[in-house]
Write a protein that binds this ligand. Structure first.
Ligand code: ZN
Length: 177
């Protein structure tokens, strides 16, 4: 063994988990968007709005878009709930801002494929990949999907207001009577 010239032995521990630091980076992205949400606040001259709830967790989200032709010229949201739901909304608004509707629809499909089917994230998803780890917490996947469900409703409506829920409507408890 020539001393001092070879690769530094002992730096790499064989058998350890591959890249354990990735989870930490992803957690930081999620927390950063939760603490400093981007595009927070409703767009005053919105052309489309939609809202949704995830009753299991208590997450709420209102999304507003100002469309100019087929471009999302402005996007804003307000909401409350867990860090995953709110950071997902913040990340989503960053991803779709100034994009065409067809791009937003494609991002939505890629994100849902990643979260629901476990598909590999496409490069286009960018920081949204940080939410992939939520798949390890199946009860929270709906938290991550709420913003995109609301976006889907907004894109479908294209005009006016809509409301969605992550749950079926029929299990609502009846009003007190
Ligand atoms: Zn939640």
């Amino acid at each position: 063994r020539p001393p001092g010239r070879g690769p530094k032995a002992g730096r790499r521990v064989m058998g350890s988990r591959p890249e354990p630091e990735l989870d930490e980076i992803y957690r930081e992205i999620i927390l950063d968007h939760y603490r400093r949400p981007r595009n927070r606040g409703l767009v005053p001259d919105a052309t489309v709005s939609a809202e949704g709830v995830n009753p299991i967790c208590g997450d709420q989200l209102t999304l507003t878009l100002r469309l100019e032709g087929d471009t999302i010229a402005a996007v804003g949201f307000k909401g409350s709930g867990c860090a995953i739901s709110q950071s997902s909304a913040s990340l989503m608004t960053e991803a779709i801002r100034q994009r065409r509707l067809s791009d937003a629809a494609r991002l939505k499909r890629a994100f849902e494929a990643m979260m629901i089917e476990g598909a590999a994230p496409t490069a286009e998803l960018g920081d949204l990949e940080a939410l992939q780890g939520v798949r390890k917490l199946p009860a929270r996947v709906k938290c991550a999907l709420l913003a995109w469900k609301v976006l889907g409703e907004a894109l479908t409506e294209r005009q006016g207001a809509a409301t969605v829920t992550t749950e079926a409507e029929d299990d609502r408890s009846p009003a007190k009577g």
